[in-house]
Ligand binder design. Structure first.
Ligand code: UT7
Length: 330
């Protein structure tokens, strides 16, 4: 029995934050943002919407497309760095309740932008071991809640959104999750961090005054490690599965910065036509980025049953992960 990605769904809030809007907020320009990142606009959730609302809407679409009844779901995992609540309950528990699913195992994972691919490795293990049968994975972010809109080095990059997938079982190898590699190096923790409001610097007037509750990033250092790691990761997973880049139908990288994606793509000799890009319209949506990109390719008719997708992601931790996945949906 193999694990299979049976369906995909995504949701973005309606409000658009354009580069022109950001020009009015910080010392930046549309030209700089587009040239350095490829981003033109991103979505921002309303004050009434939380991460679980975005995740629930994406999940409803994925469930409907899978053809299964929501009651069949026996595990819900949510990857997010912007949970509804800092400690508890988990956003996965809230999504379960909003979906009307009770009596289900549900928990969050923390792997920043690598969250969705990390979850794929867990789902694969649960299904292949027979422990679980129908798993809902949700990557959801109201990342605008932890972005400092006075910091031009970060606020131009991020956007809100959610993506979800149903993972089930199949006996058909041509519809299976082939392999997942996931790794981390905590020596880089300070490079991409929300320093405050955890146990190290608990929330206080001081942490808030110093804006330590927001994302801090050594952008250029992250950029260099990201390009190298994302490239090595792809070479590694292709080699260990005896595959060539030319056998991959869709390269679906984390949508952090067009320049990063393009550098990796060029190093791997991967054609742009086979590369899925959503960074221009959604920016970096962290744990939602990969499932949102899969969904975009699915909704535009690019992805078909059995197609081989190569996922590649990198984020805070540092964490990174890649996956070879044959699409198992219709
Ligand atoms: O999802 C997790 C992983 N995250 C990432 O992958 C993000 C990785 N990093 C990046 O995408 C890029 O490093 C950035 C887009 C954040 C920055 O681009 P960069 O080409 O690395 O620029 P830089 O940080 O080296 O800064 C170059 C200049 C600096 O000015 P000086 O010192 O040369 O005068 C910055 O102050 O650009 C300046 N700058 C800006 N100028 C206009 C930085 N941000 C902005 C801005 N608008 N928004």
């Amino acid at each position: 029995m193999y694990a299979s990605l049976k369906s995909i769904g995504a949701y973005v809030p309606s409000r658009i934050l354009s580069n022109a809007d950001l020009e009015k907020m910080v010392d930046t320009s549309d030209e700089w943002i587009e040239k350095r990142t490829g981003i033109k606009e991103r979505r921002i959730a309303s004050a009434e919407e939380s991460t679980s609302d975005l995740g629930t809407k994406a999940a409803e679409i994925a469930i409907a497309r899978s053809g299964i009844a929501k009651e069949e779901i026996d595990l819900i995992i949510c990857a997010t760095l912007s949970p509804d609540h800092l400690c508890m309950p988990s956003t996965a528990c809230i999504i379960a309740a909003k979906l009307g699913i009770t009596n289900v195992m549900a928990y969050d994972i923390s792997a920043a932008c690598s969250g969705f691919v990390y979850m794929l490795s867990m789902a694969k293990a649960y299904i292949e071991s027979g422990m679980k049968k129908k798993i809902l994975l949700v990557g959801a972010e109201k990342i605008s809640s932890v972005v400092d809109y006075t910091d031009r080095g970060t606020c131009i990059l991020f956007g809100d959104g959610a993506g979800a997938a149903i993972i089930g079982a199949t006996d058909n190898k041509n519809e299976a999750i082939v392999d997942v590699h996931a790794s981390a190096d905590g020596n880089y923790a300070d490079y991409l961090i929300t320093p405050g409001c955890g146990s190290k610097y608990p929330c206080s007037q001081e942490t808030l005054d110093e804006r330590l509750n927001f994302i801090k990033m050594k952008g250029n250092d992250v950029y260099k490690v990201a390009v190298k790691t994302l490239t090595n990761d792809v070479v590694d997973i292709l080699q260990s599965n005896g595959l060539e880049a030319s056998q991959v139908d869709h390269f679906i990288p984390h949508q952090a910065n067009f320049r990063i994606i393009d550098a990796v793509r060029e190093k791997l000799n991967f054609p742009i036509e086979k590369t899925v890009l959503t960074v221009e319209k959604y920016g970096n949506t962290s744990a939602a980025s990969i499932p949102m990109a899969i969904n975009d390719a699915y909704e535009t008719g690019r992805i078909h049953k059995g197609d081989l997708m190569l996922l590649d992601t990198f984020g805070g931790g540092f964490t990174w992960a890649s996956a070879l996945v044959r699409f198992g949906g219709n």
